[in-house]
Write a protein that binds this ligand. Sequence first.
Ligand SMILES: Cc1cc2nc3c(=O)[nH]c(=O)nc-3n(C[C@H](O)[C@H](O)[C@H](O)COP(=O)(O)OP(=O)(O)OC[C@H]3O[C@@H](n4cnc5c(N)ncnc54)[C@H](O)[C@@H]3O)c2cc1C
Length: 356
Amino acid sequence: MTIKIAVVGGGVAGLSAAYFLAKNGAEVNVFEQKYLLYGASGRNSGGLTAQFRNEALIKLALRSLELYNKLQSETGFNFLLRRDGYVKIANEEMANVLEEEVEIQRGAGVNVKIVDPDFVKSLFPDINVNAFSIASYFADGGVVFPWPVVWGLAKGCRELGVNVYDYTPVKVEVKGNEVVGVKANDELHKADYVINAAGAWSNEISRQAGIELNNKVFKEEICVTESLKPYLDPYILDVSTNVYISQSMRGEIVGGIVGSETTDINVKSSLDFLTNYAKRVVELVPKLRGMSILRQWAGVYDLEKDGLPVIGPTKVKGFIQLNGFGRNGMSTAPAAGEALAEYILKGRSKILESLI
Ligand SMILES: Cc1cc2nc3c(=O)[nH]c(=O)nc-3n(C[C@H](O)[C@H](O)[C@H](O)COP(=O)(O)OP(=O)(O)OC[C@H]3O[C@@H](n4cnc5c(N)ncnc54)[C@H](O)[C@@H]3O)c2cc1C
């Protein structure tokens, strides 16, 4: 009998799960409340790294890096993937944080190393070496353009027979202690499993199934400058100031400040962000002073208190969590989607062992 799945949320998590479920024979519907890039998956900076402190997260990130190549060829979509490295920099105060996590990462098989400011300058000559004292360098990391990732996954899903409904908010329907499906526009779409991949809205979806999920919501603002000649290859994140920058293939400097917790889910931009970002980024890269900002925007994401994604079954039969990716969903969600599909269809997944 074919297994029927309803996925709530058309972001990288929901679409990845849908893709691998459909590829392995399930009948899948994906429901997105607005347009496909509305969630964090359409608003992020596309940095790909495995520089995490948790082994399970690291494994998901390493597998996701492999999957990006595979998914590009399987879906015939160019994600504008660049593997030019991911650099985390820190001041003296935070140096031990980087050193400690590099130990964990190397132990988990990540090709990462501690480097000095001059090494970072050799990668990006405009960086101010006095603005930090240490860095960790993951040569295999990089950047994707999030829009084609979402579009490509949606295309791949549709080609496998998945219905991807946009502008279709849904409510979870439960009978007794079991999901029956989701309701959209008063129509019940029956399903054996409902996957909660609703990102910042996951607490609400979970509540509909009668399950308390206490993911915290974070809002992050970001902007792009006018184009410069391509000269910044890696993604750079300053863990002391929370500022990050990379360069898009169009030459724009894409940058922002790592998000902070909010109780109000909105994607409004602010002047405050621009002022703070400009101050911090000019300290890091003095040559950016005077550059025009072309666009700014914001996104929201969810994070559980221990910082790990929430993946797997719940006490309501058929109601499955796939959320809490925080600021790492582009780096980790493709593999999480693949692993969850395996777990649902085969009853096990090695990579999820310590998370479920
Ligand atoms: C500015 C910014 C920068 C970031 N930079 C990075 C980065 O460099 N690297 C990285 O790895 N990650 C980054 N992230 C985080 C990353 O974007 C997220 O972790 C990831 O996109 C989460 O994917 P998701 O599918 O779980 O959630 P989302 O993409 O938010 O998808 C959830 C979807 O569910 C939909 N939904 C909600 N309620 C309903 C409902 N009732 N019915 C139907 N649909 C519903 C929403 O509309 C939404 O589209 C960044 C995020 C932001 C905002």
